[in-house]
Design a protein around this ligand. Structure first.
Ligand SMILES: [Zn+2]
Length: 196
């Protein structure tokens, strides 16, 4: 199960605040025994991560996992990133933060891409990765909203400047996720998971 992963993304934090916030959260995780203090654990496609700590089993639901299982590292990213659920994960639509209506990217029946539907998001994504807060105009209400405020894409990816990826851990418990959210100053978060 080493290629299974889940990422907690802070979708509100600025890049400037991401590094100090990451340090505070890691300090808390180390104090709780969820991870070890030094980046010694190799993680897929990234720098070394934090190893699982002595109490990491307390924050997961390992009911469906056969023993013995071995959790991997915690990778912490503090730059603008599209945190995805695997390279083939695609959202079916996105929800406007103003009117709540969904912009569909695929035809519900044929599952084909709807021509042009994703284009404004693709443009905004490139601009956002380059450091600007490119808005996307809603096709329903015509209001413009920052790309990062659109919701409903968590099953495929989330945009954010701070992400914590747990590699090979069973499902994190709702209680731990709630506590994690408090530690992120109650910022809006997304929980992306997948396999590669
Ligand atoms: Zn709208």
């Amino acid at each position: 199960m080493g290629d299974y992963f889940q990422t907690i993304v802070d979708t509100e934090i600025s890049e400037a605040d991401a590094v100090p916030m990451a340090a505070r959260v890691v300090e808390w995780l180390v104090a709780e025994g969820v991870v070890g203090p030094d980046r010694t654990e190799p993680v897929l496609g990234g720098g070394p991560g934090y190893p699982p700590g002595p109490r990491h089993r307390a924050v997961v639901d390992s009911g469906g996992w056969s023993e013995p299982w071995q959790a991997g590292g915690l990778e912490v990213v503090t730059t603008r990133t599209v945190f995805d659920a695997g390279q083939y994960a695609e959202p079916s639509g996105a929800d406007c933060p103003r009117c709540g209506k969904t912009t569909e990217f695929r035809d519900e029946e044929t599952w084909d891409d709807i021509p042009g539907a994703w284009d404004p998001f693709a443009v905004a994504e490139q601009a956002w990765l380059a450091g600007t807060d490119a808005p996307v105009r809603c096709a329903h209400c015509r209001a413009e909203s920052p790309l990062t405020d659109w919701t409903g894409m968590d099953s495929a990816f989330a945009y954010g400047s701070l992400g914590f990826t747990f590699w090979g851990w069973p499902e994190l418990t709702p209680r731990f996720l709630a506590e994690f959210g408090l530690r992120l100053d109650k910022h809006r978060t997304a929980h992306v998971h997948g396999k590669i």
